[in-house]
Design a protein around this ligand. Structure first.
Ligand SMILES: [Zn+2]
Length: 381
C-alpha cells in the first residue's frame, strides 16, 4: 500500500500577523487547516506539526549574517537604519512583527520536512505555509524573509535527487527560486505569472539578462510564461498541456515542487488574472503524474475566502477526497467566521461561505498566451 499524502501545518500561522494593514494580515494556513478538519480531511497519521528550521539549516541558502539579523529583529522588535538598508527588513512590505523569525523559519522547516518525507518514500506532501519564492540569500523581498522552496530543493539535491522540476503557479514571477538555480542544470524552473507585474522579472523566455534584474534563463534551466490580464481557465489548461507537461516529460524529474500561490484567482486583490480555483486544482493534479514524488507549497493569495477554499481544494485533490457541492455546516462556519478589511470583504457573496469549488471561468485562448507558450518551448537549453 502506498503511504498516504501528508499535510504540514502549524499553529504559529493562526495568531501571527504582518501588521493590521498588511495584505498578509489575513489568516490563511490556519483557515485552510480548520476547513480541512471540518471536512474530515485530516485524519490521524496525515497531519504533521511543522518543525522550525534552525539558523544552520537556513544558512544552506541564506547569509548567516542575514539570518542573525532576522533573529535580532524578532528579539528587539525594531531594526537599525543600516539593517533596514542592507537586508530589506522593516521596509517594502517586509515588516518587523512579533514572529518575524519564527514564522518564516517554520515555513522553511515545513518544506525541509516535506523534502525529507518524499525522500523517505511519501509520494505527496502539502505545506501550504511554504512557497515564499521571492526570498533572497541576504534580503527580504515581496513579503518573503526566507526562501523555503530553494531550501527544500537544495535538501533534495544534497540527498541525491538527480533532477527537480519547480513549477510556480503564483501570479508573481518566482524570481528568488529561478535565480538560486540559474547555473544548476539539475533544476528546471517554470514560472507562469502576470506579465508586467512586480518583480518585473520573467518577461522573456530567452537567455538575456534583464537590466538591473534577474537572469531569465541562465544555463538553460528556466522557462518563463508571462500571461496577460484576464488569464482564464482555458488558457491555464492550454499552458499546462502545451508547455508544462511536455517540459516535464522531457526533463524527467525525480521530484516536482509546485508553488501553489492562489493570487492568480479572479477574487484576488493583488493581480489582474481571472482563474477559478478549478484551474489551479487541475494544474496541480496534472503534475502529480509527471514524477514519482510531489511537494506542493502555498504562496501568494490575499483574499481570505479565496485562499482557504483554493488551498483546501488543493489538498482534497492531492489526497483524492471528493469535494462536496455544498459545504457541511461545520465547514461553512469556518468561512463565515472570517473577516476582511478590504472593501470586497464587506458583503462577500454567499458562495464564498457555502462552496469550495468556483464556477469554471473558461474563455478563448488568446494569441498572447499562445505566443508566450511558443516562446518558452522554443528556448533550447
Ligand atoms: Zn504572488
Amino acid at each position: 500500500m502506498t503511504a498516504p499524502a501528508r499535510f504540514i501545518g502549524s499553529e504559529i500561522y493562526r495568531g501571527s500577523r504582518y501588521g493590521r494593514k498588511h495584505p498578509l494580515a489575513i489568516p490563511r494556513v490556519s483557515t485552510c487547516m480548520d476547513l480541512c478538519h471540518a471536512l474530515g480531511w485530516l485524519p490521524a497519521g496525515v497531519y504533521l506539526d511543522s518543525p522550525r528550521a534552525g539558523p544552520r539549516e537556513l544558512a544552506r541558502f541564506h547569509d548567516p549574517a542575514y539570518v542573525a539579523a532576522v533573529q535580532t529583529a524578532e528579539a528587539e522588535q525594531r531594526v537599525s537604519e543600516a539593517v533596514r538598508t542592507r537586508f530589506g527588513l522593516g521596509a517594502n512590505g517586509n515588516p518587523v512583527f512579533p514572529e518575524v523569525f519564527r514564522r518564516p523559519a517554520t515555513a522553511c522547516g515545513g518544506s525541509l520536512a516535506a523534502a525529507d518525507l518524499v525522500l523517505a518514500g511519501t509520494p505527496t506532501v502539502y505545506n501550504p505555509a511554504g512557497g515564499t519564492h521571492h526570498g533572497r540569500p541576504a534580503r527580504a523581498s515581496g513579503f518573503c524573509y526566507f526562501n523555503d522552496p530553494v531550501l527544500a530543493i537544495l535538501r533534495l539535491l544534497d540527498r541525491g535527487c538527480a533532477r527537480v522540476l519547480y513549477v510556480d503557479l503564483d501570479a508573481h514571477h518566482g524570481d528568488g527560486v529561478q535565480d538560486a538555480f540559474h547555473a544548476d542544470a539539475r533544476v528546471l524552473t517554470v514560472s507562469v505569472h502576470e506579465d508586467g507585474r512586480w518583480p518585473m522579472a520573467g518577461a522573456d523566455p530567452g537567455d538575456r539578462p534583464v537590466p538591473g534584474g534577474s537572469l531569465d534563463r541562465a544555463g538553460g534551466a528556466a522557462r518563463n510564461i508571462p500571461v496577460p490580464r484576464g488569464f482564464n481557465d482555458s488558457e491555464m489548461a492550454y499552458v499546462v498541456e502545451a508547455a508544462i507537461l511536455p517540459l516535464a516529460a522531457a526533463f524527467d524529474p525525480a521530484v516536482v515542487v509546485v508553488q501553489g500561490g492562489c493570487d492568480a484567482l479572479a477574487e484576488d486583490p493583488l493581480s489582474r488574472l481571472s482563474l477559478s480555483n478549478l484551474a489551479l486544482w487541475r494544474a496541480v493534479r496534472a503534475l502529480v503524474d509527471v514524477a514519482p514524488r510531489l511537494i506542493c507549497l502555498g504562496g501568494g493569495g490575499y483574499n481570505p475566502w479565496a485562499v482557504a477554499r483554493a488551498w483546501a481544494g488543493i489538498w482534497a485533490n492531492l489526497q483524492g477526497s471528493p469535494i462536496p457541492d455544498r459545504l457541511p455546516p461545520a465547514a461553512e462556519a469556518v468561512l463565515r467566521r472570517l473577516t476582511w478589511r478590504h472593501s470586497w470583504g464587506r458583503s462577500p457573496p454567499e458562495a464564498w461561505w457555502t462552496t469550495l469549488a468556483d464556477r469554471p471561468r473558461g474563455g478563448p485562448v488568446r494569441a498572447e498566451v499562445r505566443t508566450a507558450v511558443a516562446r518558452a518551448m522554443a528556448v533550447t537549453g
